[in-house]
Ligand binder design. Structure first.
Ligand code: UDX
Ligand code: ADP
Length: 463
């Protein structure tokens, strides 16, 4: 099948950037990204390309180039499904908040709704690509819905997990380590795989495009994220040990990272990993393992999350203890709210949990994040349902200016590793704070010697 028309359902952090890059690299293919969320689509279509709903370095330039040429954002889901030969499903798959598997299994209702919608609308054969991270065997469910429509349309279902990391999405998409495509072993399945390979081959070297069966592809995505998260939890576990000894976790990370078998990446101790994927995917892995009665496997992976929760809690506890066992009525300034730098995404950000703990202790939180605003911060806190929204509002104040946010603060907590924090006039900040002026660096971002020379009581993770 030759592809001239692609539809992507879901204009989020995955669908938006991925389709923008496909459109940029394949000008002869019409790419339409659809979403039910009208405000989101309106933002993608905003005349000023700096107002697109997702902040990713380099994304606005690509959108500016392709939008209106062969890249379109729309709420007309049925029309886009009808026209496309290739449909990416890129909707959210949050962890279930109700019923069986609550707090663990992925909620597949959005996926199922998509499948039903495709089944209802499609009049010609189509290839359906699952792009959202999904539990193993989801393709089977999609297939069963699609193949029971009785209208004679043939569907092939492929798994094509996304490995982009937020903040570097555009570069990851332009130069992927690998592209993974899973499909059925039947001739039709193989043909569908080759069709998708041909799309990626416009810019990805063919030897980097890996073909597997559907289950391997689905499980590889969960496994990759579980391994990455495990590295962070492993180094964070060591960070606590370092704090009890004379060891420094940055030095340990460097020393072990030079072992070529271990490698230097993903060994940065932190206040804890966040993001929409790691926790959700591990919980999925745990849930599936349990479902198969593999309790040792489930417990093994669950420990990665237990360690991560501990790391976040430990960070807030340390702030309280260091500030003479009370933060009640004290001003604590958060620098950063996003789950990592260079993104406006806050899902599962460690900052949310640290703030929640400190609000329980009645701290007044002043916050500055270069890309996250007050509305989002409040919505993140309210989502936890720890207390009434009005109560959250009372305890948290966001600022547009970091220097103002720090004025008269008892302490600063660095929660996101934004580059701009390194360039601040820290002497000026010190002078404006109450003394002793504390800095809790949850990202080991600043130079301890310099900070201490200014006069700060400076604490980092793991030393
Ligand atoms: C991750 C995977 O990297 C990506 O391949 C997948 O497609 C989606 O999930 P993402 O969540 O966007 O990407 O960001 P990532 O860079 O993996 O960071 C995840 C979290 O781990 C962040 O909170 C980050 O700050 C934290 N982290 C990462 C550390 O604390 N230390 C590290 O050394 C690396
Ligand atoms: P991700 O990080 O996986 O991209 P997001 O939550 O950022 O997740 O994006 C998923 C998008 O999918 C949301 O904008 C949501 O409105 C959209 N969506 C969910 N279900 C449907 C559906 N049935 N049809 C169209 N869009 C949908």
């Amino acid at each position: 099948m030759k592809i001239t028309n692609i539809c992507c359902i879901g204009a989020g952090y995955v669908g938006g950037p991925t389709m923008a890059v496909i459109a940029e690299k394949c000008p002869h293919i019409k790419v339409t990204v659809v979403d039910l969320n009208e405000a989101r689509i309106a933002a993608w279509n905003d005349e000023d390309v700096n107002n697109i709903p997702i902040y990713e370095p380099g994304l606005n330039e690509i959108v500016a180039k392709a939008r209106g040429r062969n890249l379109f954002f729309s709420t007309e889901v049925d029309k886009a499904i009808d026209e496309a030969e290739l449909i990416f499903i890129s909707v959210n798959t949050p962890t279930k908040t109700y019923g069986t598997g609550k707090g663990m299994a992925a909620d597949l209702k959005y996926i199922e709704l998509c499948a039903r919608q495709i089944a209802r609308v499609a009049k010609t054969d189509k290839i359906i690509v699952e792009k959202s991270t999904l539990p193993v065997r989801t393709a089977e469910a999609i297939k069963s819905i699609l193949n029971n429509t009785g209208n004679g349309v043939q569907f092939q279902i492929l798994s094509n997990p996304e490995f982009l990391a937020e903040g570097t999405a555009v570069q990851d998409l332009l130069h992927p380590d690998r592209v993974l495509i899973g499909g059925e072993t039947s001739p039709e399945g193989q043909e569908a795989i080759e069709t998708l390979v041909d799309v990626y081959a416009h810019w990805v070297p063919r030897e980097r495009i890996l073909k597997t069966n559907v289950w391997s592809s689905e499980l590889s995505k969960l496994t990759a994220n579980a391994f990455l998260a495990q590295r962070v939890s492993s180094i964070n576990a060591i960070s606590e040990l370092c704090e009890k000894t004379e060891a420094n976790v940055n030095e340990v990370a460097k020393a072990i990272g030079m072992d070529s078998r271990i490698g230097p990446k993903f060994l940065k101790a932190s206040v804890g990993f966040g993001g929409s994927c790691f926790q959700k995917d591990i919980l999925n892995l745990v849930y599936i393992s349990k479902a198969f009665g593999l309790h040792e496997v489930a417990d093994y992976w669950e420990q990665v999350i237990i360690m991560n929760d501990h790391q976040k809690r430990r960070f807030s506890k340390n702030i309280v203890q260091t500030l003479y066992n009370t933060v009640s009525g004290k001003k604590i300034t958060f620098l950063g709210w996003a789950f990592k730098k260079d993104t406006n995404d806050t899902r599962e950000s460690a900052a949310i949990y640290v703030a929640d703990d400190l609000i329980n202790e009645q701290a007044n939180i002043a916050l500055y994040d270069p890309k996250v605003g007050h509305k989002q911060v409040l919505s993140d806190l309210n989502y936890l349902e720890t207390r009434q929204p009005a109560e959250n509002e009372k305890y948290i104040k966001t600022f547009d200016d970091p220097y103002q946010a720090c004025e008269n603060a008892h302490a600063i907590a660095i929660l996101t590793e934004w580059d701009e924090f390194k360039a601040y006039d820290w002497k000026k900040i010190y002078d404006s704070m109450l003394k002793p002026a504390f800095v809790f660096d949850g990202r080991n971002l600043l130079d301890p010697a310099e900070m201490r020379a200014i006069g700060f009581v400076y604490q980092s993770i793991g030393s």
